[in-house]
Design a protein around this ligand. Structure first.
Ligand code: COA
Ligand code: ZN
Length: 307
């Protein structure tokens, strides 16, 4: 198999994971989880979202979280910012990078950020200019790249065109997100291989939800397509509150487990990640979807019965 030697795994549990939780997670607990994640070898963590507290009450403590986490050198701490208001607040609180977002499909973009696709591109253009002034890199998260829960098929050419528009606007990276787990491996391979053939230097990141249990297969397809950056959420928590039927991200520890077993280095401490996922399960108070957090690492052998 043609596989990379190293892959960069990014955790987004403190945003994509927490945003769906009805019960407010105490700010100190959020800070604690970011601090624990910081010890495990990640190079980038998405730690919160500067969004309307009416739309997503769980994220109302964004500034407090950013201000109080322990910054580990070498980690880029980013936050999701939907508009100028969010971007200014995030910069003021001291994030390292801004994650802006919009959907490729009109109807999901309306449901999520109440704007047309064209208006979103313009609005994000303003955020990019603001970020440039403050020397903050911007990563664009494109939602519904592999299908829209309202419209169905999202044409690959639309996704590539939008991503290329953002490259011209100076973004540091592009996340192709499968917001509601509609992607299949062939589609992932075709999008990523074509996009990277056209833009070989583009910092390309994939973000899968495991809604239909196809996320790890899609990651394998992304690896074949040449992508070396993947997002996950600890324990598989999460989903988009503005997409019907959305469920958790691919569990970060399952991604790390698969990659490491395949001989692809992630630099992440899997044992520590499993322990933290088990801890998160206690914080959230229900069983999380992650599999490796229950089964353990492949090398964790059991005593033979009767031995
Ligand atoms: N941070 C804090 N408050 C914000 C904000 C931000 N980034 N953006 C808007 N608001 C507040 C406004 O101040 C206003 O408050 P008010 O009613 O007290 O005056 C209220 O939200 C409405 O603002 P408005 O300008 O009318 O924008 P909107 O309602 O169209 O907001 C969004 C659009 C997208 C910013 C908002 O709906 C939002 O944050 N949604 C959450 C999106 C999200 O997190 N999705 C999940 C990620 S996939
Ligand atoms: Zn997501």
């Amino acid at each position: 198999m043609l596989l990379p030697e190293e892959v960069n795994v990014i955790d987004v549990v403190c945003r994509d994971g927490f945003q769906m939780e009805k019960e407010f997670i105490p700010t100190e607990e959020k800070i604690n989880i970011v601090n624990q994640l910081s010890q495990l070898g990640f190079k980038r963590l998405q730690v919160t979202a500067f969004v309307s507290p009416k739309a997503v009450p769980q994220m109302k403590d964004a500034a407090e979280v950013v201000r109080n986490i322990e910054r580990k050198p070498g980690i880029e701490y980013s936050a999701l910012t939907p508009n100028m208001k969010g971007a200014s607040a995030a910069i003021e609180a001291g994030v390292d990078a801004l994650d802006v977002f919009m959907s490729v499909s009109e109807s999901h973009n309306k449901a999520n950020i109440r704007m047309s696709v064209a208006d979103s591109v313009n609005a994000i253009g303003e955020v990019i200019s603001l970020a440039e002034k403050h020397d903050k890199p911007v990563v664009i998260n494109l939602a519904t790249c592999f299908g829209c829960p309202f419209e169905g098929d999202v044409p690959k050419d639309n996704v590539i065109k939008l991503a290329e528009d953002f490259l011209k606007m100076g973004v540091e990276g592009i996340v192709f997100a499968d917001t509601t787990g509609m992607a299949n491996p062939r589609q992932v391979y075709e999008l990523t291989s074509e996009f990277l053939a056209r833009n070989p230097k583009a910092n390309t990141i994939l973000h899968f939800h495991n809604t239909r249990n196809v996320a790890l297969a899609n990651i394998l397809a992304g690896l074949q397509g040449g992508v070396i950056n993947y997002e996950g959420a600890l324990g598989g928590l999460g989903g988009c509150p503005f997409a019907p039927g959305a469920s958790g991200n691919v569990p970060t520890e399952d991604v790390v487990g698969m990659l490491e077993e395949t001989g692809i280095s992630t630099g992440i401490n899997l044992e520590g990640l499993i322990g933290l996922a088990q801890y998160l399960e206690k914080v959230i108070g229900r069983t999380l979807p992650g599999q490796v957090m229950k089964a353990g690492r492949v090398c964790d052998l059991h005593p033979m019965p009767g031995a």
